[in-house]
Write a protein that binds this ligand. Structure first.
Ligand code: ATP
Ligand code: LTN
Length: 335
């Protein structure tokens, strides 16, 4: 966070280390984060405690946690200007989450669509953590007196619940938390699955449906070549009737290849093969410097560990202040 004396609005966002970070996460989230460091004090968290709500192989979780931290940096987030850290390194998240659980109703949590979706998909593991996931997310946000939270549309309901909890607490005990606002960056593009283009690209789906930021050029070419298009054989931007083709055009446009309209004009009379190849090559070129920087960072685990340690300490100093205030207000006896 900046050392400037004028107070800048605070931004908090988190991504779960729950798989390989995708082109969707990059275009919809991380890439926009990079634009924020200039005007805001930002915290970008690897929310590893949230990732425990689904069953994980411990070694995978450990590796993906470090990889996500490295990817944040490789994508251009400066760990000196932003606080990049790991949720479990700042125990105040879990501590505040417990308190907030006592100010959140079962009915509210039961209405969360993510809980309903995930419990329907993982019937064998409907754990209490999955149910209280949103109170941990509220704790993440409220600990830092966050003003703005950049989230995708899927997270809006959780953010509204965070606001309700904060307002309830402030109403009972006087102003304690800043009420956070959702922040939807202007250029938010939604990237769709390559195999089922009516669904969003998601890191927990089958591997052929997404491009991982760390995919090798050959894998990227292969996945785009197999991407589902349609039988219309002309290149139009029509997400309803030609979702696959439209998705490729959106990706190209999001990666700086011009407006969708100019792309459609440029592809007039050309086939889907050409569109797929151009998209693959553009993505490969765009990801190349990120991958190179990622490789470099992963070779220096001492540096990464040092960054995470220093940033967790910076985050904790702020988190402690809010938590102390909360403990005092609810009446916990403090030494
Ligand atoms: P999971 O499949 O594990 O639920 P996910 O790929 O949907 O993961 P999240 O960790 O839930 O990703 O989201 C991280 C950030 O990336 C969020 O801000 C979310 O809005 C954004 N995001 C995720 N998928 C896409 C997508 N396909 N297009 C644009 N933005 C996305
Ligand atoms: N629930 C979010 C990840 C997340 C988050 C947060 C996002 C956890 N805590 C705080 C913004 C602010 C997700 O699944 N994308």
């Amino acid at each position: 966070m900046s050392e400037q004396t004028t107070k800048r609005p605070i931004i908090f966002s988190g991504i779960q280390p729950s798989g390989s970070i995708t082109l969707g996460n990059y275009i919809g989230a991380i890439r926009n984060f990079v634009l924020l460091e200039k005007d805001y004090d930002c915290l970008f968290c690897v929310v590893d405690l949230h990732a425990l709500t689904t069953r994980r192989i411990p070694a995978d979780l450990r590796r993906q946690t470090l990889e996500l931290a490295a990817l944040y940096i490789a994508c251009g987030l400066d760990p000196k200007k932003n606080i990049i850290y790991c949720q479990s390194h700042v125990p105040e998240h879990a501590e505040l989450a417990w308190i907030l659980n006592c100010y959140t109703y079962m009915g509210e949590l039961g209405r969360m669509t993510q809980f309903k979706d995930k419990s329907a998909r993982h019937k064998d593991n409907i754990n209490a953590g999955l149910f209280t996931y949103p109170t941990l997310m509220a704790a993440d946000i409220l600990l830092y007196q966050t003003n703005l939270v950049p989230v995708g549309a899927d997270q809006k309901q959780h953010l509204e619940l965070s606001r309700d909890i904060a307002e309830r607490f402030n109403g009972l005990y006087s102003d304690t938390f800043v009420i956070p606002e959702p922040y939807i960056p202007k250029a938010t593009a939604k990237v769709y699955s390559l195999t089922e283009p009516e669904r969003k690209m998601s890191k927990s789906d089958a591997e052929d449906s997404y491009i991982a930021l760390l995919d090798k050029p050959d894998a990227i070419r292969r996945k785009f070549r197999r991407a589902v298009t349609d039988s219309e054989a002309n290149i139009c931007f029509d997400p309803e009737h030609q979702p696959g083709v439209s998705n490729l055009l959106s990706i190209l446009s999001a990666l700086g290849e011009g407006s969708v309209q100019s792309l459609v004009e440029g592809f007039e009379g050309k086939g889907y093969g050409e569109l797929k190849d151009r998209t693959a090559e553009t993505v490969i070129t765009k990801l190349q410097p990120i991958q190179a920087e990622f490789e470099r960072l992963m070779k220096d685990k001492t540096y990464l560990a040092q960054v995470l340690k220093e940033n967790a300490a910076r985050a904790q100093a702020q988190a402690r202040r809010t938590l102390r205030k909360v403990y005092k207000k609810v009446g916990l006896y403090q030494l």
